[in-house]
Design a protein around this ligand. Structure first.
Ligand code: FES
Length: 158
């Protein structure tokens, strides 16, 4: 079934996460991390719910949510693709891998598709240059990529 573009985590699930942390304001970051990890981004309504339940001002919640890179305030896909464009990967054909990923997903780096399936980013090195060209999906490394293999990798994700 097609996902609603603006599908949001429901309040019951947010409340469960908050209760797991005993509704303690000191657990604010951990609670936001849990929501981010399940929902892949932090909708404004979720932040408002956390603010209300923990009795922490919305300005404080927003400050935390914008300060840490782990959080996203814009919709993110269920799967995060990173294509390495560092020098070692670049000379081994990374631009063609990126082209293929863009063609297959219909998105460019920094974007998320309308079904919230994939988000795409480029990075400058993933620390495994000998495996170049490299891409990761949800942190899983796919090395020595050939352009034709990208479809095989991406088809495993729903
Ligand atoms: S340059 Fe791509 S992993 Fe280092």
């Amino acid at each position: 079934m097609k996902k609603d573009r603006y599908a949001r985590m429901d309040n019951n699930r947010i409340d469960e996460i908050i209760e797991k942390h005993h509704s303690e304001a000191s657990s604010l970051i951990q609670i936001l991390l849990n929501i981010q990890s399940e929902n892949h981004w932090l909708p404004k309504e979720a932040l408002e719910r956390v603010s209300e339940k923990l009795n922490v001002p919305m300005t404080r919640v927003q400050h935390i949510a914008t300060f840490y890179k782990a959080f996203s305030l814009v919709p993110k896909g269920r799967h995060e693709i990173h294509v390495c464009m560092g020098t070692a990967c670049h000379v081994r054909g990374a631009p063609r891998i990126l082209d293929n990923v863009q063609d297959l997903t219909g998105i460019k780096p920094g974007e998320t598709d309308l079904d919230l399936k994939f988000s795409l980013e480029t990075v400058n090195c993933l620390g495994c240059c000998a495996l170049g060209p490299v891409m990761t999906v949800d942190g899983k490394t796919h090395g020595k990529m050939a352009p034709a293999e990208t479809a095989n990798v991406l088809k495993n994700y729903e």
